[in-house]
Design a protein around this ligand. Structure first.
Ligand code: HAM
Length: 440
């Protein structure tokens, strides 16, 4: 007989795995709500064009796409951001700004299989739209940090790398590159840590020709900067016209505001300025950030940034936006590695212990009432000796056993045993619900 395995990169969640998944979703929701974000969702299947046009080449090569029965070119979503931008664009005038939305949903990317990367993963997306200034980044980065803290992780476990595509633009423009060349250069910067020197140089040559070696030295220098002061001095050594000097001053003021805001929230120590983060997706325009584990064992926990032009490109009004996505895969691995993934036991309120067939009918009546009133109740479907049923009751984690043997049946009562302290009380049948209301 053929054996059917699940597809590579697609997980199966047995109940104990699902409990961990639920734990992750629960903290995600709790923290997003603490920051007053509202939950929403978009479609899982979209037109292929939405992603080829908006997500950029890296994601394009990973799409799960096909032709549907109506002849449409479609794709499972590799990310939520283009759908979100379209949804906001469609109702922009009726939405109160800032728009603060979050979502938890599955995404699909046909990636090369590697640690921390699957082909179906769940992402928390948090996005704030309608606020152009760094006050938005302060909220989102704070939310990102608070989420990871919410899982019991600490400053020892993770940090956020903060960078700025806007600053890169200013820097590379000052060096004399145009917008197209800058796009190409940032594509290479995105791979800086991963590619060997010769490959970097070869790729820079494609955009900068004979200036490649000089450009590489400049980029190497820029990548070393890790403070606002350092950035300021780096630019001071370059020749800048008045307009770009003014743009730089405004940008550094944004940096100051962002860092001060995070500092005021007590989060400064989680932030590391690291200009090597430029983000592979096509739509980012300003501050960009990624969260990593501190030991450098795992891939990015989360990533995001500002994408001020996307909503307008989707036919909406001018709508500045910042957001991030956090996946459940790397996060789950990190929580397990640091001993922060709780063990879960699914418990019930009551476990009914039943004498025989006559008692069973009496018990089912009580069980139905309890369940209807919202309590969780379990019992053995097949007749079993009392001893076995008590064992099952204990291992179910139930707080109370509900016992009806021949004696109880005759007296017209139900015996309620507290399984923790073994205390017992007899309750007349029909009055169980009132009696347990005071207990649970
Ligand atoms: P991203 O950096 O592509 O950004 O993904 C964000 C996070 O999703 C990653 O840091 C990682 O935790 C998780 N992730 C991505 N791909 C995989 C995979 N194949 N397997 C497991 N986990 C994965 C975005 O998706 C942007 N749309 C985020 C965003 C929202 N930007 C603005 N708003």
């Amino acid at each position: 007989m053929a054996t059917f395995k699940s597809l590579p990169g697609f997980r199966e969640f047995y109940p104990e795995d699902y409990a961990q998944r639920k734990h992750i979703f629960q903290i995600w929701r709790q923290v997003a709500r603490r920051f007053a974000f509202k939950e929403f969702d978009g479609p899982v299947l979209e037109s292929l064009e939405l992603f080829t046009a908006k997500s950029g080449p890296e994601i394009e090569s990973q799409l799960f796409c096909f032709e549907d029965k109506g002849g449409r070119q479609v794709s499972l979503r590799p990310e939520l951001t283009p759908s979100l931008a379209r949804m906001v664009a469609a109702r922009a005038n009726g939405l109160k700004r800032p728009i603060k939305w979050f979502s938890i949903g599955d995404n699909f990317r046909y990636e090369r299989m590697q640690k921390g990367r699957l082909r179906c993963f769940t992402q928390l997306n948090v996005d704030l739209l309608g606020e152009p200034g760094p006050a938005a980044e302060v909220e989102l980065i704070a939310l990102l940090v608070q989420t990871l803290l919410g899982f019991g992780l600490s400053e020892e476990d993770f940090f956020v790398r903060l960078s700025d595509r806007n600053l890169w633009m200013l820097y590379l423009e000052t060096l004399g590159y145009d917008e197209e060349a800058i796009g190409g250069i940032l594509g290479v910067v995105d791979k800086w840590e991963r590619l060997p020197e010769e490959k970097l140089l070869a790729q820079l040559q494609e955009v900068a020709g004979e200036r490649a070696a000089e450009l590489k030295a400049a980029v190497d220098g820029f990548l070393k900067l890790d403070s606002v002061e350092g950035i300021r001095s780096c630019f001071a050594e370059l020749e800048q016209d008045a307009a770009s000097a003014e743009a730089l001053a405004a940008r550094l003021a944004d940096w100051q505001q962002l860092l001060e805001g995070l500092g005021a929230m007590g989060l400064a120590d989680f932030i590391k300025i690291d200009l090597s983060i430029v983000r592979g997706l096509a739509y980012y325009t300003g501050f960009v950030f990624e969260a990593f584990d501190k030991k450098g064992e795992f891939r990015a926990l989360a990533g995001g940034g500002r994408y001020d032009a996307l909503v307008e490109k989707m036919g909406g009004p001018d709508m500045p936006a910042v957001g991030f996505g956090m996946g459940d895969v790397v996060l789950g691995e990190l929580l397990k590695a640091r001993g922060k993934m709780p063990e879960f036991v699914d418990t019930v309120d009551f476990f009914a212990v039943i004498g025989g067939d006559a008692e069973k009918l009496a018990v089912l009546e009580e069980v139905a009432l309890l369940r209807q009133a919202g309590y969780s109740v379990e019992y053995q479907l097949k007749p079993q000796a009392f001893g076995k049923q008590f064992k099952a009751a204990t291992s179910s984690g139930a707080r109370f056993a509900l016992i009806v043997g021949s004696e109880e049946l005759e007296k017209g009562v139900v015996k309620l045993r507290n399984l923790a302290d073994r205390s017992e009380q007899e309750i007349p049948r029909g009055q169980l619900l009132e009696a347990v209301r005071g207990l649970i």
